[in-house]
Design a protein. Structure first.
Length: 135
């Protein structure tokens, strides 16, 4: 990265009200250079936090823009996907109940599905169905 600014990390020195580079200790800015400056410590802390957070990014504005787009996409997609998960969970439960009925049929229970091609001799199938209905 060819930065046109002093690379981070930066720190704020409250005693001198200056922002300095670490570890080279270069003076980068003063926070009380004009009359009536308010919140200089808070402003300096925010500047330092932003610079340090963006360290190593080739173009922080582009990167932050991408993060905002991804967050917006997630806000839209998560509820939609959650609805699909709920629908699938309901379908899984419906299929479990159906498998329980088929298990009862294969075990010699009442003929729940007249005309079905499932017969009691289908013993391997019943083990698969029993395993599926336990989860």
């Amino acid at each position: 990265m060819n930065a046109k600014h002093t690379p981070g990390n930066w720190r704020y020195e409250a005693g001198t009200k200056t922002i300095r580079s670490v570890p080279s200790n270069y003076w980068l800015a003063t926070m009380d250079s004009w009359d009536g400056a308010i919140n200089s410590a808070a402003n300096a802390a925010r500047i330092v936090a932003c610079v340090n957070a963006c360290e190593g990014m080739a173009d922080p504005e582009v990167w932050i823009g991408m993060q905002e787009k991804e967050a917006q996409f997630a806000k839209q997609e998560i509820p939609r996907l959650a609805g699909q998960v709920d629908a699938l969970a309901a379908e899984v439960e419906r299929l479990r109940e159906l498998l329980k009925d088929i298990e009862a049929h294969l075990s010699g229970g009442a003929a729940l599905y007249p005309g079905s091609l499932i017969f009691a001799e289908d013993a391997p199938a019943i083990e698969v169905i029993r395993a599926a209905t336990k989860s």
